[in-house]
Design a protein around this ligand. Structure first.
Ligand code: LMR
Length: 396
């Protein structure tokens, strides 16, 4: 039965990790997958997470199933973090949240929901985007439409191209937006541009789907939610896929959330029954440990403040690495101006390196990056930054 099955291509991001592990060279540097490393090149468990886990371990008295939509306290805390603790939408009942298996799980719930329960045929995805966006919507047979996003010459947002392409999106089409720290480019719309986009979306009747995977890594927890909150102000309906993999460092606990906004509380409740039906057939109900950690931290003022401090530290370290990288590339004789690296938000830098240059970095220098030219700045440390910049200048 299996004779005719051909091999699937390796994953452009996760596949790199496997190749990196197998590489015997001691100077190797992994700037592929978006995982934060501290100044010592380690990805340790955050102290706030350790403290929450100690409490959970002491208090836990059952391994009974969670409900289909997960932990209620976690879902509420997620709404507060996304929309703002005092946002009247939370008390209005127009929001419904289901704990999910990371941001990817939330996106898959969104894709299944759109496919099964709405008339939408098209999903608009930025070019470039995180490769799994396309893959997830292809998996439910949606039609993928690209919108321009990145301007190669300015290394900035192709605002005019983006508006021109999105002007073709029809009422009911899904428009996928990265809430902050666009992956892979690190370029986000300005507050004014977010307002313009929200207005355009409301007028045209799109169904916005926000992917919020890096809240807190751009400019801060509140600042990074600006685009989503502006949209929520003037839309009756929207969807959010969010993740705590990065900002809580809970990568392998798979903690994310799917949130929907509906026109009124009754509609939100009714639609949410379909979300639960989808989850039941995908994985029945989620795991408990990761969401218990997030809920414990977000419900406790002291732990929350501690976590915010840890998140600030991660953000600031990445920003410092951006500055140093741009300076060193110049110092080592790069003819191009790499100042744009400093302007980008979040973990990633879209370096402008070609796939061939990325291949040379890997083959000749054991430096691993995504072939699109995406570099995980959060993987750069004082120990590898000089070697990295020298290697980049050699392949330029
Ligand atoms: C990334 O883009 O590196 C992360 O979101 C990890 C992943 O699942 O691809």
């Amino acid at each position: 039965l299996f004779d005719k099955i051909t091999a699937a291509p390796g994953d452009p991001i996760l596949g790199l990790g496997e190749a990196f592990k197998a590489d015997p060279r001691s100077e190797k540097v992994n700037l592929g997958i978006g995982v934060y490393k501290d100044a010592n090149g380690r990805s340790p468990v955050l102290p706030s997470v350790k403290a929450a886990e100690a409490r959970i371990l002491a208090d836990e008295d059952s391994k009974n199933y969670l409900g289909i939509d997960g932990l209620a306290a976690y879902n509420l805390a997620t709404q507060k973090l996304l929309f703002g603790a005092d946002n009247p939408l939370i008390a209005s009942g127009r929001l419904q949240t289901a704990q999910s298996l990371g941001g990817s799980g939330a996106l898959r719930i969104a894709a299944e929901f759109v496919k099964r329960q709405t008339a939408a045929q098209n999903v608009w995805i930025s070019a470039p985007s995180w490769p799994n966006h396309n893959a997830i919507f292809q998996a439910v047979d949606m039609n993928i439409c690209d919108y321009r996003y990145y301007d190669k010459t300015t290394h900035g947002l192709d605002w005019d191209g983006m508006l021109e392409d999105l002007a073709q999106a029809r009422a009911g089409d899904v428009v996928l937006l990265h809430g902050c720290c666009h992956n892979p480019t690190g370029i986000d719309p300005t507050p004014e541009q977010w307002r313009q986009l929200a207005q355009m979306s409301a007028e045209k009747g799109w169904l916005p789907l926000f992917d919020v995977a890096y809240q807190g890594f751009g400019n801060g927890l509140e600042e990074d939610a600006y685009g989503l909150r502006v949209f929520a102000e003037n839309h009756a309906e929207l969807l959010v896929a969010s993740s705590y993999s990065k900002n809580f460092g809970l990568y392998n606990e798979r903690v994310g959330a799917f949130t929907l906004l509906a026109a009124d509380a009754g509609t939100a409740q009714r639609v949410f029954t379909q979300i639960k039906a989808i989850i039941r057939t995908l994985y029945s109900n989620p795991a408990a440990h990761g969401s218990a950690i997030v809920a414990a931290i977000l419900q406790d003022d002291a732990l929350k403040a501690q976590w915010q401090g840890e998140l600030d530290e991660m953000r600031e370290r990445i920003k410092a690495m951006r500055r140093q990288m741009a300076d060193l590339l110049k110092e080592y004789g790069a003819k191009q101006d790499f100042e744009f690296i400093v302007q980008q938000n979040g973990m990633f830098s879209f370096s402008g390196l070609s796939p061939e240059q990325v291949d040379r970095l890997k083959d000749e220098f054991a430096v691993y990056a995504v072939r699109s030219g995406r570099i995980n700045v959060a993987g750069i440390t004082a120990d590898n930054i000089r070697y990295l910049c020298e290697s980049i200048v050699k392949v330029l």
